[in-house]
Design a protein around this ligand. Structure first.
Ligand code: AMP
Ligand code: ZN
Length: 476
């Protein structure tokens, strides 16, 4: 089945065909770095991480660029208020953001360009827009003349006479819909020389200039939260297509829904946010990731402690299934032969695995895909309880399925994370200890036998004496 992605540009799900298969070029708008990242940021970046991981699972080679907005009014305000130099402030929050992402197991971008390091590229970009007649110099700076770009509004559907397009009053604009590309310096603000006078880049231009510099004139995927559709991404399209003369600049536009609190967007300005650091102090990163991925990336996601706690229990149950599978696989009575009841389970598991892929292919529908993950878990648990001698291939199939799910969702690292050989060595050691303990019990040296059992329990290894022998599993 072909993979489909909902494209904000065409407002429909489209088959995903990258421009230069198997390469997928992807640009994600990064954060404005003046404060700690909150759960809403986490949602957007974890969602794009899932998309990236799934594309990689489907054998695409992803080239990812994500910018840092390190020049901005809010940054200037914060640096003045706190009396710290801008660079110190932005460096601190870039480091902090990258640490949060690492903890959340968000795979890194290939490059993280910063605005402050691309001023020359931005100046050159604006210069070409002026030469092509799309931009003009005015008293306040350089502006993009929106009326000149006939496709304006194609992403967000805004019309030039709409109220929201006129919201920034500025007497220096020719038309109210025009937007700034270069702002002339005000006293006390950071500024750079340019052919039009000292100043700094306005917001939107950075993404056009840096995306084109690193990904080329046209690329596959551009993403961000849905608050960026207008004006940010609409303006990015206008600038970029005016600059290159090529359309579409980006083939697929992907936007994430908001994390909400009481149905309102979680945001710094509303003060209703919880930082990633705070959440990660209280919950395991995998729980946070799993919580963020349980809703479809385009739907709103209401933040709640109950939601996180439920997720913690759900994840624990899945880990238990994995441990149970391993415990049974270690049982010497395991059977290689495939009988009718085993084949039935094997077929059900294969069918669920295919359904998992279909859900993921359908615009990365994680809630639907997880339905099949839970079904696999119930199915294999039922099978292990009901079967006298479970079949090895059936259990291995379930184990492999969970491994793939873990790679795509960025979970189950505590189980699959350690390297294969370390894992094997570890299993041998536990088996040796069990063997010694059983000998001690035969010699009626129960205190020492119990000591081994208790000490193993302390490091998360639980022994279970069954009529078939001693089984063990990891307890999370
Ligand atoms: P900012 O630092 O505000 O520019 O945001 C960086 C990215 O996080 C943008 O793509 C935003 O759309 C996204 N973002 C901000 N708040 C939320 C939220 N509450 N839910 C989801 N994404 C968000
Ligand atoms: Zn951007």
């Amino acid at each position: 089945m072909p993979m489909k992605i909902y494209n904000t540009l065409t407002k429909k799900k489209e088959e995903f065909i990258p421009l230069e298969k198997p390469i997928v070029k992807m640009y994600i708008c990064g954060p404005t770095v003046y404060d700690e990242a909150h759960l809403g940021h986490g949602r957007t970046y974890v969602a794009f991480d899932l998309i990236r991981r799934y594309l990689e699972h489907r054998n695409y080679i992803v080239r990812l660029v994500m910018n840092f907005t390190d020049i901005d009014d809010k940054i200037i305000d914060r640096s003045k208020r706190e009396g710290v130099p801008i660079e110190g402030l932005t460096n601190k929050y870039i480091r902090s953001f990258l640490k949060d992402m690492e903890k959340l197991k968000v795979k890194g971008a290939d490059i993280y360009p910063r605005v402050s390091e691309h001023i020359d590229d931005i100046i050159e970009f604006i210069d070409i827009l002026i030469k092509k007649g799309y931009a003009y110099v005015s008293k306040g700076g350089v502006y993009f003349h929106v009326k000149k770009f006939k496709d304006y509004g194609k992403l967000s559907n805004v019309k030039l006479d709409e109220e929201k397009i006129h919201r920034v009053e500025d007497p220096n604009k020719r038309d109210p819909a025009d937007f700034a590309l270069w702002k002339f310096a005000k006293p006390g603000e950071p500024s750079w020389d340019s052919p039009w006078g000292k100043g700094r880049p306005a917001w939107h231009i950075e993404c056009s200039a840096m995306a084109i510099k690193y990904l080329g004139e046209c690329f596959d995927i551009h993403g961000g939260g849905s608050d960026l559709i207008f004006p940010h991404h609409e303006n990015e399209i206008a600038q970029s297509e005016a600059y290159t003369g090529k359309s579409p600049w980006v083939k697929y536009w992907i936007h994430t829904g908001f994390v909400t609190v009481d149905d309102e967007k979680m945001s710094k300005s509303l003060g209703n946010f919880v930082t990633l650091k705070e959440i990660l102090r209280r919950y395991d990163p995998e729980v946070v990731r799993f919580f963020l991925l349980q809703r479809h990336y385009r739907s709103p996601l209401e933040y709640s402690e109950e939601g996180l706690k439920d997720t913690m229990n759900t994840l624990e149950r899945l880990y238990n299934t994995l441990e149970n599978i391993d415990a049974v696989l270690r049982d010497s009575e395991i059977k290689y032969k495939l009988e009718r009841e085993d084949r039935e389970t094997l077929n059900t598991l294969t069918d669920l695995w295919m359904k998992f892929y279909s859900a993921m292919d359908d615009d990365f529908n994680t809630p639907e895909a997880l339905k099949y993950v839970f079904e696999v878990s119930s199915c294999i648990n039922r099978y292990m309880t009901a079967s006298n001698r479970p079949n090895r291939s059936t259990l291995l199939l379930a184990r492999d399925f969970f491994k793939i799910v873990g790679e795509i969702f960025g979970i189950f690292d505590k189980y699959y994370g350690s390297s294969q050989s370390e894992d094997e060595e570890f299993k041998h050691l536990v088996d040796i200890l069990i063997d010694i303990r059983n000998k001690l019990r035969k010699e009626k040296n129960f205190p020492l036998a119990d000591e081994i059992r208790d000490k193993l329990k302390k490091i998360g290894i639980q022994l279970e004496d069954t009529p078939k022998g001693t089984l063990w599993k990891r307890v999370v």
